[in-house]
Design a protein around this ligand. Sequence first.
Ligand SMILES: *Cc1c(COP(=O)(O)O)cnc(C)c1O
Length: 400
Amino acid sequence: MTTDSDREVYLDHHATTPVDEQVLQAMEPYFTEHYGNPASKANHSFGHAASNRIEQAREQVAKGIGARAGGEAVAKSIIFTSGATESDNLAIRGLAKHAQKNDLGSHIITSRIEHEAVLEPCKYLEEKGFDVTYLPVDKYGQVDPATVRDAIQDDTFLVSIMAANNEIGTINPIKEIGSVVRDYEDIWFHTDAVQAVGAVDIDVNEMGIDLMSISGHKIYGPKGIGALYVDLKIKNKIEPLQLGGGHESGKRSGTPNVPGIVGLAEALELATENREKRVEHVQGLRDQLWNRLSNELDNVVLNGHPEDRLPNNLNVSFPNVNVKELVRMSLTDHGVMAALGSACASGEDTSHVLEQITDDQERIQGAVRFGLGKDLTEEDIEYAADAVIEEVQLTESIFG
Ligand SMILES: *Cc1c(COP(=O)(O)O)cnc(C)c1O
């Protein structure tokens, strides 16, 4: 066996990423030194300092996603939340509440391969009398913008389509979907861009995005912090889900997570500044891993789009291999960490995403997700490829 007992190779960067050293350093003073409550800004300098830093972070985030007007970052379009799950809920349920109150329609369009943080709020709204269309995807997991246009009804008020899929890495034609939605004045476009940020050049203005969810821990920032971008034209339409002291302009009450906010802003800034370099690096590693697996294994299938995919995503099926055992036992023994389908839906029996792109049960049951990260080396990938190939061949020789 090619065990190298000390080596650990983490290939699960879609589930979460480590906090970047530079991000951690930026956060640190906001735990111990500048610990004032930003809501106390009028009372003393500690509160004032915290509040100032949050406003600076808001501007950093707005800038990072292209939220500008007249060349200036539109800081007010950013609402800080506890993560993308909350951002997705606030966007969808917050607008649904507004639509219901003001009789603006009750129909939502989304896709069948969204993250649970979008699907579950949609299901919840169906129970409350809303009507939801779940668009199918093609064999690569892409939403066709024409299907969005065809699904629009008189009572549609929201379209929510993810920018990139967290399981198979497929990138959606967000700009084209945004332009379809833009033709309708009273329909809003939300996108869950958690996985796309840092990998794809996101520009909310250019892409016609009205609302967008992002998360800190998927981009080398801390867990438990996220943001919702909301175009200022509709910000007053979002009904808060959490009531209290009226923080975040009344849209999200609760004392802001100051160090988390600083971490998210720094992580996003670094992701934007270093995007090209990081993309090139992880894509190289991804291709290296795919070349090894596809050259040395007889039976391995790529899931997702061959080109329009996240540079750090490799989702493959090993038909006839018990991948639960492969991932949880064999690879773990080698210190190689990968994922089955999606970590967020680990309770699921089969991936709701793979089920939408194929009927082949062996392919669905045999899927493994490798999520590459910026700090991995070619050596790490060689080691991981050796382990995967060895273990897959071993099961094949037993069962084949
Ligand atoms: C991780 C993830 C989420 C949830 O983000 P949290 O910040 O962990 O709540 C939502 N959508 C996608 C696509 C994700 O990958």
